[in-house]
Design a protein around this ligand. Structure first.
Ligand SMILES: Nc1ncnc2c1ncn2[C@@H]1O[C@H](COP(=O)(O)OP(=O)(O)O)[C@@H](O)[C@H]1O
Ligand SMILES: [Mg+2]
Length: 586
């Protein structure tokens, strides 16, 4: 993830980007909202203004008719204000929600383009927090800020106008305390920016903890880690609470400071204005009107003073969002791409490492088209990494990986991946029906095709025993199925995909003998006529392979057939002596 310690400059740039990418298209609605806010704000000014004739002309003249008219006018003003306020809020919140929806959609589609490595350094919980928490924080704060900016600024201006109209000198005295406030307000803003950044980072940690706990609930129970996890979670909650509290304290300091300014203003105006009235230079009505305006002024001023703080807090979320949006994938389709043709899979002096740790060290081998090649080697030898490099989940740092004559890096990424079906080590099921999980191999497949795949992969056997059959929902990560059942669903998916190249990563390693036999039969059917690379440590799987490639420390140390390699008496023979199955499962 890129550096987040940006200073003032980029902030403005990010807001501008947010505006042009996600908000600008709603501009007519926002203009309407601002007009309504102006009505809402101006109504207050008009109210304060109406107080003066009430006192000076109507009360003293004893004109009850006039009083009724002013009462009706004031009543009307409040109804107008209520209506404008209601509509304005609906508009702002509605736009805010739609902006968040479009931002979330955009974030997800961007996240899905990022390299696998990104997801290995950014845990799911933290990413969920960005897509959900940061966007929502941004929305709440920006709607509030926009509302006060529109409505409160107009209120403020209209009240100031009434005050200036009544007496500019009084107005100056009323505002006596304002300059005192500027420095503390700026300090509070900087404080809030810092604490809200910390709070957002802590929120991400919190989500990560929850994600890990719920995914690992079985391990937690079996190892009796409940208390440990509770304590860790408690610590994460505390770490979130502290900066959040500080942010709130910072925000609460704003209105408090405004109240102090208000006190100074009131005292000064009472003193100066009182003298003017006693001297007969001003009327009581003027004083009442001025005082009403002043009294009404401080509430919007309190809110306005909070905006800067809110914008700072939202800025913390905005930075985190653009941090993701400005991370770019490095593994991309070349333009133009070369068309892929079926052919041998060739690794030629391939080097790859995670960070500084080398994993593939000049790996070279050929897997003949239409044949089955077995990759054998100790755990950590780099076998799974071979598959990742072939499918370009990771990018080889040097050397070449070809399918036929075309380097995989020169092929279109989508076409490359549709050419290859993978049955991997990881749980590959989603919390949907068995049918939906199989259909992920080919989204446009007919029901009949899905059912054929289910039959060929021996999924039907167990699915039929469920009341819902193929429509049974498999639970998070397929937890409602047994290991062997899960693997057969994944095999059915690969069958439906009908890709010419098949990669099997220890497909039967987690299975008992009975499931292994069923899955083995399904796999035989699956690999028929396809170029198959299988990582295996089961003797039976390996023995049937057309060719065996023995890997050690990211390099090929031996190749050949089962009998040939045994006769050589090298690494394979040693692994074989340990029955291969005895090798540690990677
Ligand atoms: N995401 C990763 N980040 C860092 N190192 C990794 C990652 N994945 C695998 N490795 C390392 O790469 C090496 C080879 O892993 P792998 O290809 O999975 O081995 P095998 O499948 O042969 O058991 C191992 O030493 C492993 O620790
Ligand atoms: Mg592996």
């Amino acid at each position: 993830m890129t550096d987040t310690s940006v200073s003032k400059g980029p902030d403005v740039r990010l807001w501008r980007r947010l505006w042009s990418e996600h908000i600008r298209r709603f501009w007519p609605l926002l203009v309407l909202a601002v007009v309504l806010m102006s009505v809402e704000g101006a109504a207050i000014g008009a109210f304060a203004w109406a107080v003066q004739p009430l006192f000076d002309t109507l009360f003293s003249a004893g004109s009850m008719d006039g009083v009724v008219w002013v009462a009706l006018l004031i009543g009307g003003l409040f109804v107008l204000r209520a209506t404008a306020g209601f509509l304005q809020r609906i508009l702002v919140v509605g736009v805010g929600m739609r902006v968040v929806a479009s931002l979330q959609t955009r974030l997800l589609s961007h996240l899905l383009t990022l390299d696998l490595a990104f997801f290995q350094t950014n845990p799911p919980g933290a990413l969920i927090e960005r897509v959900r928490g940061d966007t929502t924080a941004l929305q709440n704060v920006s709607s509030n800020a926009l509302m006060s900016l529109g409505r409160d600024a107009i209120t403020l201006i209209s009240l100031l106008a009434v005050m200036l109209y009544t007496d500019w000198r009084w107005t100056l005295f009323a505002m006596l305390g304002v300059p005192v406030l500027i420095l503390p307000l700026l300090a509070v803003q900087a404080f809030i920016k810092r604490t809200s950044r910390m709070a957002r980072a802590a929120a991400a940690d919190l989500s990560t903890r929850l994600d890990e706990i719920f995914h690992g609930v079985q391990t937690i129970k079996l190892n009796r880690l409940e208390t440990t996890e509770q304590n860790r979670f408690h610590a994460a909650v505390q770490a979130f609470l502290r900066p959040s509290m500080r942010t709130r304290i910072g925000s609460a300091a704003n209105p408090a400071m405004i109240d102090i300014v208000a006190a100074l203003g009131f005292v000064a105006v009472l003193y100066v204005g009182g003298q003017d009235i006693i001297a007969g230079e001003k009327t009581l009505g003027e004083f009442m009107s001025f005082f009403t305006a002043l009294g009404l002024l401080f509430e919007p001023l309190r809110r306005l003073s909070g905006i800067a703080a809110q914008v700072q807090a939202a800025g913390a979320s905005l930075e985190r969002l653009y941090d993701v949006l400005e991370t770019h994938p490095t593994i991309l389709s070349p333009d133009p791409a070369e068309p892929l043709e079926p052919g041998d899979i060739v690794f030629e002096d391939v080097h790859f490492g995670y960070g500084d740790a080398p994993v593939l060290n000049g790996l070279s081998f050929t897997a003949k088209a239409g044949q089955t090649t077995a990759l054998v080697g100790a755990s950590g030898a780099g076998k799974t990494t071979v598959f990742a490099a072939l499918t370009r989940l990771v990018e080889a740092q040097s050397g070449q990986i070809r399918i036929g004559a075309v380097p995989v890096s020169q092929a279109d990424l989508a076409i490359l991946r549709s050419t290859i079906a993978v049955v991997g080590q990881e749980t590959a099921l989603f919390d949907e029906s068995i049918r939906a999980n199989i259909r992920m191999g080919a989204l446009d497949a007919t029901d009949a095709a899905v059912e054929d795949a289910a039959r060929d992969a021996e999924v039907m056997d167990f699915a039929q025993a469920f009341p819902q059959g193929l429509d049974t929902v498999v639970g998070p990560r397929g937890s409602a199925l047994s290991g062997g059942q899960r693997q057969r669903v994944v095999i059915a998916r690969a069958m439906l995909k009908a890709a010419p190249i098949l990669l099997l990563d220890e497909p039967t390693s987690a299975l008992d003998a009975q499931s292994e036999r069923l899955v083995g039969a399904a796999l035989d059917r699956l690999s028929e006529g396809r170029t198959t690379l299988v990582i295996a440590h089961r003797l039976s799987t390996i023995r049937d392979a057309d060719k065996i490639v023995v890997m050690d420390h990211g390099r090929v140390v031996e190749e050949g057939t089962h009998d040939g390699l045994l006769a050589e008496g090298g690494t394979y023979a040693r692994l074989h002596a340990m029955q291969i199955t005895g090798a540690e499962v990677s």
